[in-house]
Design a protein around this ligand. Structure first.
Ligand SMILES: Nc1nc2c(ncn2[C@@H]2O[C@H](COP(=O)(O)OP(=O)(O)O)[C@@H](O)[C@H]2O)c(=O)[nH]1
Ligand SMILES: [Mg+2]
Length: 415
């Protein structure tokens, strides 16, 4: 496992509480990337040097700590400049990632649609460009000049070339995005594949407990081996044990308190998972004193990405750690107050989710000609089959399922 140190400078304008909250969030983000955070390293500093993020003595201290702990990467809880990053890497002897890089990496992993991937790549390239320039500068004059090959005029430096390449690539991605019309086509294809499947997406701030609930609701090792779901990504799992109707749960990238400005667009595009769901379970950390603001921000962004109409289930989690259950219930009617640590509570959440989808179910009779038996698997996968009768030319199936699923089966049967 990659071992990491979370490190930051605390400036006088930042309160202890703020500072600690931000570090906690970064540790959480590191965990999301699969890092093991073995230490936290901080320094109080009046100002941050242009070239060096930490003071001289502190950098030496950090180097020793890194060696002692066998650490592979240092995570800085700020967006640092390319030269700060290079100085630090050289001095401590391992990779340095700043907050922006960590977040970009998480978005990258969560981007599932083409549009989301393009959006994240644009943000990544924008972040990389000045860093490549810096790397070229540090490599010295020999490293910068290459003889003119590959159709570029002699004397053009590598950094200029790289910069041009990045600019071209960003322009290309931007054109792709425009052409995709926000990926409508891909989305429609994906939606069709998943249509009729009851889907709930877990949304909310990072650290609210989404992934924990995802595991609790679906069984950690529950693999979705069904052919029907073979193309679904790893963040989608069926409720386990299985329910009727079968409900798919998806985890989304979490909201982040200190989201770097340039990442807002890519963050929103990674949320498109939420748009495909028929229910959003908005998970809130009830024990966080700032939960009301987090809740409001999440709702605002969901509105902005066009998820306003998707029904919500408000889930106040971590009530075992604090929070006023009675007050929450009074203030947010219909909400669920729970702890992911309590099995009974998870079962109740599960029931609430299944109940939502059950309310929407309709009953219908389908006629399945003997010639269309390949649709049988799909009928059984998307609906509950209440009764089956054989007729002369096919089978009559009385089914219960989502209105969209039944409608879609009807259309396919008519073809
Ligand atoms: N005390 C307590 N801790 C929880 C609860 N749910 C999640 N956690 C912890 O909160 C942290 C963040 O959970 P995680 O599921 O990764 O949050 P996510 O960022 O929303 O996916 C983890 O350390 C969990 O073990 C809960 O109900 N009670
Ligand atoms: Mg998570």
């Amino acid at each position: 496992m990659t071992k990491a140190i979370v490190a930051a400078v605390q400036r006088p304008s930042v309160s202890d509480a703020e500072f600690e909250a931000s570090l906690t969030e970064l540790r959480q983000l590191a965990k999301t990337l699969g890092f093991e955070v073995v230490a936290t390293f901080t320094q109080k500093r009046a100002s941050i040097g242009a070239a060096a993020y930490f003071g001289t003595g502190k950098r030496e201290e950090l180097r020793l700590l890194r060696e002692q702990e066998g650490v592979n990467v240092i995570l800085i809880d700020h967006e640092i400049s390319p030269s700060q990053s290079f100085t630090l890497e050289k001095e401590v002897g391992c990779e340095v990632m700043d907050r922006t890089m960590v977040i970009l990496e998480i978005f990258h992993r969560h981007a599932s649609s083409r549009a989301a991937r393009a959006q994240v790549e644009i943000a990544r390239l924008g972040y990389m460009a000045p860093r490549l320039r810096e790397a070229a500068k540090l490599a010295g004059p020999q490293g910068r000049q290459r003889s003119g090959v590959g159709g570029r005029s002699g004397g053009e430096s590598d950094s200029e070339l790289d910069r041009r390449k990045i600019r071209d690539r960003i322009a290309e991605l931007q054109r792709e995005l425009d052409a995709m019309d926000l990926g409508r086509k891909t989305q429609r294809a994906r939606r069709q594949e998943r249509q009729g499947l009851a889907r709930v997406a877990l949304v909310g701030y990072t650290n609210a407990g989404k992934s924990t609930l995802m595991r609790a609701l679906t069984g950690s090792e529950a693999l979705v081996a069904d052919k029907l779901f073979a193309t679904l990504d790893t963040t989608v799992r069926a409720l386990h044990p299985e329910s009727v109707p079968r409900v798919l749960v998806s985890d989304t990238v979490g909201f982040i308190k200190n989201l770097p400005h340039g990442l807002v667009a890519s963050f929103k595009s990674t949320l498109d998972e939420a748009l495909e769901a028929s229910l959003l379970a908005h998970v809130v950390d009830a024990s966080d004193p700032g939960f009301e603001r987090q809740l409001a921000v999440t709702e605002e962004v969901l509105d902005e990405i066009g998820a306003k109409e998707v029904p919500r289930l408000l889930v106040f989690n971590k009530i075992d750690r604090g929070g006023d259950e009675a007050a929450l219930r009074a203030r947010y009617p219909g909400c669920i107050v729970m702890s992911a640590r309590r099995e009974g509570d998870v079962a109740k959440l599960r029931e609430a989710i299944v109940a939502f989808f059950r309310r929407r179910l309709v009953e219908a009779e389908l006629f399945l000609p003997w010639s269309a038996q390949k649709l049988r698997g799909e009928i059984f996968a998307t609906c509950e089959v209440l009764e089956e009768r054989a007729g002369g030319e096919g089978a009559f199936l009385r089914v219960r399922g989502e209105p969209e699923a039944v409608q879609r089966l009807r259309e396919q049967l008519q073809l």
